[in-house]
Design a protein around this ligand. Structure first.
Ligand SMILES: Cc1cc2nc3c(=O)[nH]c(=O)nc-3n(C[C@H](O)[C@H](O)[C@H](O)COP(=O)(O)OP(=O)(O)OC[C@H]3O[C@@H](n4cnc5c(N)ncnc54)[C@H](O)[C@@H]3O)c2cc1C
Length: 372
C-alpha cells in the first residue's frame, strides 16, 4: 500500500506529488493523459506571475513564496522556468480592477510599482494606445513562467513516485483501511488521497455539488509584426480591462508567437467532456479588433489557437481542503484563472493537509465550508 495516491498530475497534482516525495513518502499518481498536455488548464506556453493584482489580500505572501519555490526548482532542474518581463495592469478608474480597491495605494515609495497615465504608457511602450483616462500600474518585477517546462520539471522532481500516465481514474472509495482508486487498468490502495483534477473535478466528486463553473477560453498566437516586433519580446505583458469589451491580455512573444486572449467571458460555460475544442475561423475577430484599436500593427498573421479551460469558483478563491465526508481525502479545485503561479505553494499546502503537518499558511482562505 502506498502512503498517498494523487489523482490528476497537472499544475497542482504534480506539485503535490513532488512535495510528498520530497518529504519521503511513497506516492502513486494518475493522470488521464501525459502532462503537460493540451486538454485541461495547464498548457500553452506561458503564465504570468505578478503581485500587484493581489495587493491587500493574503495572496501577496503566497506570490513571494511561489517565486522562491519556482527559482529553487529552476536551479535544481537546470531548466529555465521564469523570466522577468514586467506586467501592466490597465483599466478605467472606476472599473473592476481599480474601483474601490487598494491597488492605487500600492504605488508607494517602498514598492517597485509605477503608476502611469495613458500618455506615459504610450511614450514608454509605443505599441500600446490606451484611451485617455486609462489607469496603469506597471510592475517591472512581474515574471513569465514557461508552463510546459514548469510541469516537466515538477514531474521530474516527483520521479520517486509511481506516476501512471494515460490512466484515467474511474472511481475512488474509502474504508477503515484507507482509500482505493480504480482505474481502467487496475485497483490501487493508499492511506490517503489527493484529488487535483482541474476541470474534471465535478465528475470525481459527484456527491459534493461544488459551485464550480468550467469555462472555455481560447488563447491565440499571432506573428509579431510592425516596427516594434523586436522590442515586444522584452515585455511587458498586459492585462487590460475595457469598459465595453471586457478584459484582454497579451504576453511578450515567445518562439510560438505573440500570445493574447480574453479573460473571463460570460456564457462560455461548458464541461471538460462536452467542450468544443476546435476554434472557429471568426473567433479571433474580437481580439483582432482590440489589437487594431489598442495595439495597432503588432499582431500579424494568426499562427495558432488553442482551447483552454478555466474552473471558476464564485469568489475566484481556490478550494483546498479536506473532503467533508471523507477526512482521508484532500482536494484542490477551482483554479479560477490564476492558480498556476502558486502551484508549488499549493502542492506544499496539499501535502501539509495530507500528512497532518501544521499548515504553513492559514487554510481559511481556501475553505470548502464557504460554499456549503
Ligand atoms: C487561458 C488560461 C490562462 C491562464 N493564465 C494564468 C496566469 O497567467 N497565471 C496563473 O497563475 N494562472 C493562470 N491560469 C490558471 C491556471 O493555469 C490553472 O488555474 C491551473 O492550471 C489549474 O491547475 P489544476 O491542477 O487544477 O488543473 P490542470 O492543470 O488542468 O490539471 C488537472 C489534471 O487532472 C487530470 N485528470 C482529470 N481527471 C482525471 C481522472 N479521472 N483521472 C486521472 N487524471 C485526471 C487532467 O488530465 C489534468 O492533467 C490560466 C488558465 C487558463 C485556462
Amino acid at each position: 500500500m502506498h502512503d498517498f495516491a494523487v489523482i490528476g498530475l497537472g499544475a497542482i497534482g504534480s506539485a503535490t506529488a513532488a512535495e510528498l516525495v520530497r518529504r519521503g513518502h511513497s506516492v502513486v499518481g494518475f493522470d488521464r493523459y501525459t502532462p503537460p498536455h493540451t486538454m485541461g488548464s495547464a498548457h500553452s506556453d506561458t503564465r504570468m506571475i505578478r503581485e500587484a493584482w493581489y495587493q491587500g489580500s493574503p495572496y501577496v505572501p503566497l506570490v513571494h513564496d511561489a517565486c522562491r519555490r519556482w527559482k529553487n526548482l529552476e536551479r535544481s532542474s537546470g531548466r529555465t522556468l521564469l523570466r522577468t518581463a514586467g506586467a501592466l495592469m490597465m483599466g478605467p478608474e472606476d472599473g473592476r480592477a481599480f474601483a474601490g480597491s487598494p491597488l492605487r495605494g500600492v504605488v508607494r515609495p517602498d514598492t517597485d510599482y509605477v503608476l502611469l497615465s495613458a500618455e506615459e504608457v504610450a511614450e514608454r511602450f509605443p505599441w500600446l494606445r490606451p484611451d485617455p483616462g486609462t489607469v496603469t500600474i506597471y510592475e517591472p518585477g512581474a515574471a513569465i513562467l514557461s508552463l510546459e517546462a514548469c510541469i516537466e520539471a515538477t514531474l521530474e522532481a516527483a520521479a520517486g513516485a509511481d506516476l501512471r500516465f494515460d490512466e484515467p481514474v474511474l472511481e475512488w472509495s474509502t474504508s477503515a483501511s484507507g482509500v482505493r482508486v480504480r482505474t481502467e487498468r487496475g485497483d490501487y490502495a493508499a492511506r490517503r488521497l489527493a484529488i487535483a483534477a482541474g476541470a474534471w473535478t465535478p465528475q470525481l466528486l459527484p456527491g459534493l455539488s461544488l459551485p464550480l463553473e468550467v469555462e472555455r477560453t481560447v488563447q491565440y498566437w499571432f506573428e509579431p509584426a510592425g516596427v516594434h516586433a523586436d522590442v515586444l519580446a522584452e515585455g511587458p505583458a498586459w492585462v487590460w480591462e475595457l469598459e465595453r469589451e471586457g478584459t484582454w491580455y497579451g504576453f511578450p512573444p515567445t518562439a510560438r508567437g505573440l500570445k493574447a486572449g480574453m479573460h473571463f467571458q460570460a456564457g462560455r460555460r461548458t464541461d471538460a467532456e462536452r467542450v468544443v475544442r476546435e476554434v472557429g475561423a471568426s473567433e479571433a475577430d474580437d481580439l483582432r479588433r482590440l489589437f487594431g484599436r489598442y495595439a495597432p500593427g503588432v499582431a500579424g498573421a494568426l499562427a495558432h489557437a488553442s482551447v483552454c479551460l478555466y474552473t471558476n469558483t464564485p469568489d475566484e478563491d481556490f478550494i483546498l481542503d479536506r473532503h467533508p465526508g471523507h477526512p482521508e481525502v484532500v482536494l484542490f479545485a477551482g483554479g479560477s484563472g490564476h492558480a498556476f503561479k502558486f502551484a508549488p505553494v499549493l502542492g506544499s499546502l496539499m501535502a501539509d493537509r495530507l500528512t497532518e503537518e501544521p499548515p504553513s499558511r492559514d487554510p481559511a482562505l481556501f475553505s470548502i465550508d464557504r460554499f456549503r
